[in-house]
Design a protein. Structure first.
Length: 127
């Protein structure tokens, strides 16, 4: 919606309104498919306004559309609020960004190199 936007808005493509009950998850149609170029990934993100104002987020946090997927892009929404939320045709429900990706083959090692952080996680670096 703006010149500096990093992602494009994704809209719902519905024949009728869909009411998302509190705590409910649903796949919402978008009416489009994409062919992301090899070496890229299309990532779906929540819209910050929907998340903040209405508690509507992506059920999987970030949706991944692989470069070899050719089906309809659908958005898994979840209603994290305590009130029903109505999704309407044309409503902006997510945002999509195309990003480069490098797929590296996994390989097994005997040991991992040591770092100052080591295996510390989940708050180990402080608040």
């Amino acid at each position: 919606m703006s010149e500096g936007a990093a992602a494009m808005d994704v809209c719902a493509c519905l024949e009728e309104d869909f009411v998302l009950a509190p705590g409910q998850r649903a796949l919402i149609s978008t009416g489009f498919a994409i062919a992301a170029p090899q070496g890229t990934v299309a990532l779906l993100f929540a819209r910050s306004g929907l998340a903040y104002k209405s508690g509507i987020a992506l059920a999987n946090s970030v949706g991944v559309v692989d470069s070899d997927y050719r089906g309809e892009v659908k958005v898994a929404l979840v209603n994290q609020s305590d009130v029903p939320f109505t999704v309407t045709h044309g409503m902006r429900i997510a945002q999509l960004a195309l990003m480069p990706v490098e797929v590296l083959p996994p390989f097994e090692v005997e040991d991992l190199d040591e770092t100052a952080r080591s295996s510390g996680g989940f708050g180990s670096t402080g608040v």
